[in-house]
Design a protein around this ligand. Structure first.
Ligand code: HEC
Ligand code: HEC
Ligand code: HEC
Ligand code: HEC
Length: 150
């Protein structure tokens, strides 16, 4: 069980609750990208083609699918309330909509404006696209590859 293996490494240097990129609404729950995509069809098409949608498989292939040092940036809501916990939360594998927009259960149940607004700038990305993990990252080169709207 992946959650059990995570529990074996409590001293890894990932801050409990630290999930780069996510800024959850207070008390919102994670629902997963498929729920968002049912309404946001074009955003979902862009996302599904991007490597964000397969980021957990990348870790598994690299034999690090249960490594807490890696999961924080390769799944959605790692160590956040209602976030990814392993096999029990398959909808939250990978870098999902909510990795950037924040937990969106409240919005998904009752869609309004105001949820999930982000700066169109590198600050939205560099929590994960760090110098070490993404040395070639520049906004002007990376955003066009994942750019989406409604
Ligand atoms: C039931 C349909 C539905 C679901 C599910 C849904 N949305 Fe929305 N979303 C909407 C609608 C409708 C709007 C526009 C609201 C308006 O203009 O009043 C919107 C607006 C947004 C906006 C723009 C907000 C703004 O202030 O401009 C973002 C970002 C967004 N949704 C992301 C998401 C994400 C991420 C999820 C999954 C967690 C999600 N949505 C789930 C229907 C939905
Ligand atoms: C929660 C962490 C996280 C956030 C936030 C994030 N990314 Fe990523 N991104 C990743 C990971 C992990 C990968 C590698 C996925 C893989 O290859 O399996 C990736 C890959 C990419 C790639 C593909 C790079 C390539 O060479 O194939 C692009 C483009 C990208 N991200 C753009 C962005 C942009 C633009 C933002 C901000 C708007 C952003 N990302 C925010 C984690 C994140
Ligand atoms: C701070 C966030 C972060 C952490 C922690 C992280 N990654 Fe990533 N990873 C990324 C991002 C962002 C990318 C996309 C890089 C790009 O294409 O610019 C990526 C890409 C990758 C890739 C595909 C690209 C490549 O280099 O071949 C692999 C494999 C990978 N990560 C494995 C790991 C492993 C294994 C760990 C743990 C030891 C890990 N990652 C930890 C953010 C992270
Ligand atoms: C890598 C980070 C990232 C991921 C993953 C991501 N988004 Fe976004 N999204 C952004 C950014 C940045 C913007 C541009 C901000 C803006 O337009 O204000 C944006 C814009 C949007 C908008 C348009 C908001 C508006 O006001 O027009 C919607 C809707 C949206 N995203 C929904 C989604 C959905 C649904 C998913 C998943 C299928 C998703 N996003 C995945 C970063 C992300």
């Amino acid at each position: 069980m992946i959650w059990w293996m995570v529990a074996c490494f409590p001293t890894h240097p990932v801050e409990p609750g630290a999930t780069p990129g996510a800024a959850p609404e207070a008390s919102a729950t994670y629902v997963g990208s498929a729920t968002c995509g049912a309404c946001h069809v074009s955003a979902n098409e862009v996302w599904a083609r991007s490597s964000h949608a397969t980021a957990l498989a990348t870790l598994t292939t690299a034999q690090h699918g249960a490594d807490p040092e890696c999961l924080a940036c390769h799944v959605t809501g790692f160590r956040q309330p209602t976030g990814w916990t392993g096999n029990a939360t398959p909808a939250l594998g990978n870098v999902g909509c909510e990795s950037c927009h924040g937990a969106g259960g409240g919005h998904a149940a009752s869609p309004t404006r105001g949820y999930g607004r982000l700066p169109k700038a590198a600050s939205t990305c560099v929590g994960c696209h760090t110098r070490d993990n993404s040395p070639d990252f520049v906004w002007s080169g990376y955003w066009p590859q994942v750019e989406h709207g409604r």
